[in-house]
Design a protein around this ligand. Structure first.
Ligand code: PHE
Length: 336
């Protein structure tokens, strides 16, 4: 019997345990109810009474040994699965890069535009993308059936013949939000109004059927054209750096008088060119009247800038379609 005990002891000591399965096999073989240790105790009856004390002691030692080994191996396996550093780890190795996502370049450009205008004392407002004819055109001094409405190829959602029912359009610009703002709040007003706009245009590298604008409106007593230009130049410098090359030229919009456009110089491999980034002007008195503001008392300036254009210039993107295709090879270039 003593020999048998010694043999079990040796087996317990020599068994290799390197994973969970082997640990479980060890437990079944030695420590379970039908295991070798329990069986060994069962054979006590055949041991002559005077040897029982010695044999019993040896058996208990083996039983303890098995339990101890089991606990030790279990601990080792547990710590090897949760451990962070070990002797073989080189903590200077670079970690596996994880993909965390990033803000879309349009969102990044819009954030910068907002930051700039917040610094200049503007707040942020918004309005609906589905507009009625009154806000998108009429209140903005587009005469009925006047070709000026063709300036902006419109997606009509509802064309109505009824007198008291407005046509519904996908807004062709963010200028209708000016009207909503003036109707809702009393001057002074100093707000920017970012949003998506839609035009029924052929898709090319330069134009898309949807894009983003930031409208601006500053309305108070005695607002001047000088302040408008100063604000726009300040914007261009903060957006593109103090050495930005820009120009301001006269233009026409039904809702501003006088009107202007601002261009920024774009330098690329194919050579340089002027790119228009915004339209602006002094709010036309007719617009103030339509929105319930007294044009004798208040003057204001308004501008509408193309966020897509501004982002393309800022990041050197030469095709607007890239901004809407959500190709990860493109988007990943904008993670910070
Ligand atoms: N709404 C004009 C456009 O979309 C831009 C503009 C806004 C011009 C405000 C003047 C004043 O082209």
């Amino acid at each position: 019997m003593i020999e048998k005990i010694a043999q079990i002891k040796e087996e317990i000591e020599k068994r290799t345990i390197s994973d969970e399965d082997e640990l479980e096999a060890f437990r079944l073989e030695f420590l379970s109810r039908n295991g070798k240790v329990q069986k060994m105790f069962g054979e006590m009856g055949s041991v002559p009474p005077k040897e029982r004390a010695t044999v019993g002691k040896a058996m208990n030692e083996v039983k303890q040994l098995a339990a101890k080994r089991f606990e030790e191996e279990k601990k080792k396996l547990e710590s090897s699965t949760t451990r962070e550093f070990g002797a073989l780890d080189d903590i200077t190795l670079p970690v596996e890069p994880t993909y965390t996502g990033s803000f879309h370049p349009l969102t990044q450009a819009l954030d910068e535009i907002k930051q700039i205008f917040l610094r200049l004392g503007f707040n942020v407002a918004d309005g609906p993308e589905l507009e009625d004819d009154f806000h998108n055109f009429t209140a903005l001094n587009f005469p009925p059936d006047h070709p000026a409405r063709d300036m902006q190829d419109t997606f009509f959602v509802r064309k109505s013949d009824k007198k008291d029912e407005e046509d519904l359009v996908l807004r062709t610009h963010t200028s209708p939000v000016q009207i909503r703002l003036m109707k809702d709040q009393d001057p002074p007003l100093r707000s920017i109004m970012p949003g998506r706009v839609y035009r029924n245009e052929a898709v090319t590298a330069k134009s898309y059927f949807q894009f983003n604008q930031v409208e601006g409106l500053y309305l108070d007593e005695g607002v001047t054209m000088g302040e408008l230009i100063e604000t726009l130049v300040m914007f261009a410098r903060l957006m593109y750096g103090a050495d930005v090359k820009y120009r301001v030229r006269p233009s026409y919009f039904p809702f501003t008088e006088p009107s202007l456009e601002m261009d920024v110089w774009w330098e690329s491999e194919k050579g340089g060119q002027w790119l228009e980034i915004l339209g602006a002007g002094m709010v036309d008195p007719n617009v103030l009247t339509a929105a319930g503001v007294d044009p004798e008392k208040y003057t204001g300036f308004a501008f509408g800038m193309g966020v897509d254009r501004i982002a393309m210039l800022k990041y050197g993107i030469d095709d607007i379609r890239l901004l809407y295709e959500n190709d990860l090879r493109f988007l990943n270039q904008f993670s910070s």
